[in-house]
Design a binder for this molecule. Sequence first.
Ligand SMILES: Cc1ncc(COP(=O)(O)O)c(C=O)c1O
Length: 379
Amino acid sequence: MKFGTKAIHAGVHPDPSTGAIMTPIYQTSTYVQESPGVNKGYGYARGKNPTREALQNALAALENGKYGVCFSSGVAATDAVLKMLNPGDEVIAGSDLYGGTYRLFTHIYEKFGIKFHFVDLTNADHMNAFINDQTKLIWAETPTNPTMQIIDIEACAKIAKANNITLVVDNTFASPYLQNPLDLGADIVMHSVTKYLGGHSDVVMGALITNNPEIHEKLYFILNSSGANPGPMDAFLVLRGIKTLHLRMERHCYNGRKIAEYLKQHPKIEKVYWPGFPEHPNHDIAKKQMRDFGGMVSIVLKDHTIENTFKVASSFKVFSLAESLGGVESLINHPATMTHASIPKAEREKAGVVDHLLRLSIGVEDVEDLIADIEQALN
Ligand SMILES: Cc1ncc(COP(=O)(O)O)c(C=O)c1O
C-alpha cells in the first residue's frame, strides 16, 4: 500500500461486534475472565488495550516496521529505551537535541551510571572517537530541534551495525510521511506522537517502532512494568489524526517552503534554518533521505537584543506563542526560554540555539495569512 492508503487503513478493522468503521474507545481498566487465566487475550489494561493496539499497528505500518509500542508521552518512550541499558553503559547522542531528551539523559540517567557523549552527528565519523566496548546506544534526532541540521541515518546505521550498537532515530520533526529511519538501517524509531502524528494539539503521547522482536519484547516488558501507558481516548484521537497525516504534511511542507523563502530575503532576519535551501550544509542528505523538507523553520533575528526577540515573539496574531509543534495551527517558540531552557546556556549556544533564535512550526492555514502575520510581527 502507498502512504496515504496506509494512513487511512493500516492497523484498523471494523469493530467485529457492530461493524463500526471507527475503532471503538475501549475505556476499560480490566477484562472479565472465564476462569483464572482464561480470557480473550486481555488481562489488565496497563498491558493491553484494543484501541491502543490498533494505533500501535497503524504506526508500525506507517514506519514500515513490524512492532509499535505507545507510551504516555514522547519522553516516556525515550525513557523506556534508556531502561534497556545497564549502569556502566555508554550512549552517543547528537549535540542538538530536544531539551527534554537532554534533561532526561543528564538529570535522570547519568546518576544511574550511564555515560552520555554529546557529539555533532552531522558527520557520522565523529562518533568513532567515542565508541568503546561499553557503547550500547546511539541517539540521533533528524532534522534536529531547533537548528534543522540533518544527520545521515544510513551512515550512522553502518557504524552502529559494525559495532553492535542500537541506533535510535527520533523521527518527530519529519514524521513517517517524510522519512522512514528503519528503511535506512535504524533499529528503533521514536516519535513524540504529540506532534505531527496527533496533529491537532490535543494529545500527549509517544511511540517506539522496531522490526526487531527482541527489542519489541523488551520495550513491551518495560511499558507494562513501568506503567507509562497512554489511555484509550488518546489512542482514538491519534488514530483519527493519522488518517489525514499525508494531507496535512503536504500542506505543512508547501507552507514551510513559502515561508522559508520569504524569511530568507527579509531585511530583519540574519539567518533562516530550513533544510530545503540548496546551500544548507546537509541539503544533499536531506534530499536523499527525506521526501520533502517539512514545516519547521527557525530564524535568527538581526537585532540580537532580548527585548526585541521577546517583542517579536509576542506580536503574532495568527501564530500562537507556545511550546510544541506539528499541529494544524502555526506556533512560534523561543527555544532558549521554552523548549530548550533545560540545556545550559553555553551548551545551547554551542549548538547555535542563541537567545535571539525563534522556532516556527508552520501550520496548514493559508500561507498568505501566515506571511502577513510574520510581516506585521517583525515590524
Ligand atoms: C524532537 C522531540 N522529541 C521528543 C519530544 C518529547 O515528546 P513529548 O513532549 O511528547 O513528551 C519532543 C517534544 O517537544 C520533541 O520535539
